[in-house]
Design a protein around this ligand. Sequence first.
Ligand code: UT7
Length: 323
Amino acid sequence: MTYTRIIGTGSYLPERVLTNHDLEDIVDTSDAWVRERTGIAERRVAATGETCGDLARRAAQRALDASGVPAEEIDLVLVATCTPDRIFPSTASALQRSVGVRPGAIAFDLSAACSGFVYALSTADRFIRTGGARRALVVGAETMTRILDWTDRGTCVLFGDGAGAVVLEASDTAGVISTHLHSDGRYEPLLYVPWGPGQGYSNLRHKDRYIKMRGNEVFKIAVNTLSRIVDETLDSAGLQKSDVDWLVPHQANIRIISATAKKLNLPMDRVVVTVDRHGNTSAASIPIALDTAVRDGRIQRGELLLLEAFGGGFTWGSALVRF
Ligand code: UT7
């Protein structure tokens, strides 16, 4: 049997910090409200001219350095993003060039909103297990602040920019134990960006370029859905809640994260929380959290990780990983 192991992690946050206090000058909000309702203290904003591909490159380089694998030995580059640099070529093809992955390797972007990294990890795992690739570079990278309406306090306080990456390699022993992906397109009206190139430009309204969300409805469905996927994931592997060493959740809201931890009977000191520092970075949030806890020594080799995400689509998914 061939399995997939994570052999390196990396992440990158842009330099500019935007605090809740900074936002008090922009919209009718308060540091106290944002902290209490979301757990977010600050987020990062990409510099003018700094793109999703730039963030992806920095995170990917750090993951490659950590893995010890030269970029020329990567067979597959996957970038999960909903804020790509261009319509095409893909951010993954640009990344292939910028980090020096060999010409002729496979490269493509994957769009599943906040679930993008779990979707990409699952896709790469399937390539590796079926012999289509031996080593993969999987990145979640987003410039969410470019699709925010800075007059809408219901969304602009929530999101931020960043990137995270992992290097995967074929292995005889299980790293990625299982992945679980789902979507339900009926929920589009609760979380979406109205405009895309397929809509044409003639009727483009300024506000249609930005995220629209019915936050409270999304919140309730996210909590219930993530609770269900925890059971699905553990049942499929025949594992107990007590087997999980670390929950590495999508970082959207500390209250959603706490509800999932409660479902797992996991104390919060076994949950990787980074949402306070960068807000919701969509597809980038899980690999940023993973890299943070690997680098600060919390996550150790051999430990069992449960990754889970929920986002626009709706999409949702999970991965059980022996690190
Ligand atoms: O990652 C993709 C998936 N997205 C998510 O997971 C986001 C899910 N949703 C959420 O995280 C939460 O629903 C929010 C953080 C967006 C909102 O929290 P909430 O507890 O659901 O608040 P709410 O929408 O029910 O609003 C409560 C009150 C309202 O005022 P009234 O009607 O009670 O007077 C809002 O107008 O809070 C008000 N409010 C704010 N007040 C200060 C909404 N946004 C803000 C704000 N600052 N930024």
